[in-house]
Design a protein around this ligand. Sequence first.
Ligand SMILES: Cc1cc2nc3c(=O)[nH]c(=O)nc-3n(C[C@H](O)[C@H](O)[C@H](O)COP(=O)(O)OP(=O)(O)OC[C@H]3O[C@@H](n4cnc5c(N)ncnc54)[C@H](O)[C@@H]3O)c2cc1C
Length: 531
Amino acid sequence: MALLVMACSTLLGWGVSIATPTPQQHRAAVPLMVASSGSHTISSSSNVHTGKPVVIVAGGGIGGLCTALVLQNMGYEVRVFEKAKEYRPFGGPIQIASNAAESIRRIDQEVYAKILDASTVIGTRTNGLKDGISDEWFATFDLDSPARKRGQVSSVVIDRPVLQEILLEKVGSAVTKGTEVVGCEQVGERVRVHLSTGATVEGDMLVGSDGIKSRVRDVFDPSRRDPVWSGYTCVAGMAYCVPHDIKDVGYKVWVGSRKYFVSVDVGGGRIQWYAFLNIPPGGITQEQRDDTLGWLKRDEYGDWAADVQFLLDNSPTDEVEQRDLFDRPPDLSWANGRICLLGDAAHPMMPNLGQGGGMAIEDALVLSQEIAKLNLAPDAVPDGTPRRNLPLALQNYQKNRVLRAAAVQGLSRVSSAFLFQYQPPLDIEWGFPPKIKNTGPRSLITRACQGFLQNVAFPLQFEFLFSFPGRIDPEVFDAGCAGDFGTPEASSVSQLRAAKSVDQIGAVEKEFSGAVSGGTKGVKEWLDKYW
Ligand SMILES: Cc1cc2nc3c(=O)[nH]c(=O)nc-3n(C[C@H](O)[C@H](O)[C@H](O)COP(=O)(O)OP(=O)(O)OC[C@H]3O[C@@H](n4cnc5c(N)ncnc54)[C@H](O)[C@@H]3O)c2cc1C
């Protein structure tokens, strides 16, 4: 049957079946055959009658919901299929870094305002790395200046369920929960998506935002390599307490050999913490699982800074979670015809920079920009819907995103690798005679990296991270935002595209010359028409 499906879709256009179908998925694929003979009704939201392009989104995480939001705002009909039966009412807070916040602002001003309202600002305080044992600052970084000089807000933290709720208020009606995308194929200018319920839906394009274990990804990578273990497992918990330095410090990473401990103020007298440990997947014993807090306090962080102990002491056991961390090497292929990947499905990364969700939000913005540009394409269909050119938009989206995402994946890995090799740095106690402490090779490397991290690597990193989304593209955002200017090149390209024929290029300027010769009245009329 699978062969038949492939043969049929090849005949109709070109098609790729996702994964090896389980018996249930085989059943899901059967209607395709029947449908083509006209005797089975495919559950499909066709755009043929409404004229609105239909976008199917696999996965309703941050990436999927932001994609739904921006495309819905553009007038597209969006259908999100989410595997989970219910959104979890709990889950740790997430940093919305300045670049991510600015992307949300451009996606939806109302959502942006609500997110800022519900979050805690950390970017304006001191953030950085501390030595786990001595509790001394190793390096700090400035999150505020690179954001402020671009007119962005400082990085904030928000509870995931609150973020989800804000997004769902806008796009919840487009989400079908408890439904997994199990397969997809392209048939002519349509994409056909198979669901775990046995139904099949059709649309103009499919966005695979189904996370690190994406099934849509199989279209691009049928060999289906597993994600790579990052070298760490992560235990996360919430401490209910107010540390002494709360007014001055937002985000701290205590570093030690092959382990680190992160704390971030998430507001309301709560501190989210993460313990990163070099333990392989499945390496935590049942005993450690039964008393996770005791194990961390005693065996992993027993001789660490008092603040680490303070956080562990004030954390309820039932809010502690553990997960092994995986990522993938950067991948440059995210778009195939009318199907594309987005978020963790395209570029899973280590959480060190707190940018995984941010990259998914940026993806959604760029995808929408590329689709919006189609409206200006000369062969856009008469009602302005750019269906025919969607594959081109997805290719452009891929082109615009892969390098930046690969760089952030790389930076996240490098930062994790640095923390992996960390040893308390070489230290000299000045006296007579001077006493030299920590003389091992890793301690020397650590000390050598210190100035470079503080003065070069961190500033460059945040300049790069916050350089997105940059100036508003006038081709896409007609109205623009206060303080945003398009480049002259972009404006002339936009004018060229807007012109209906070659001799119309420069017509506005010619009219202006005529208006000037007509005196004040002429100029006023010209201004009324074009300003
Ligand atoms: C410890 C930790 C801390 C982090 N902190 C931050 C941070 O502070 N800031 C930040 O920006 N990022 C952070 N991240 C990364 C961030 O969580 C992810 O990058 C982000 O959630 C990716 O969003 P996504 O929508 O692409 O994927 P996901 O959040 O994984 O969402 C995918 C969704 O698809 C659903 N799904 C899966 N398969 C299917 C299918 N076949 N059909 C239908 N639905 C499906 C899933 O149920 C899920 O809801 C952190 C990650 C970790 C592990």
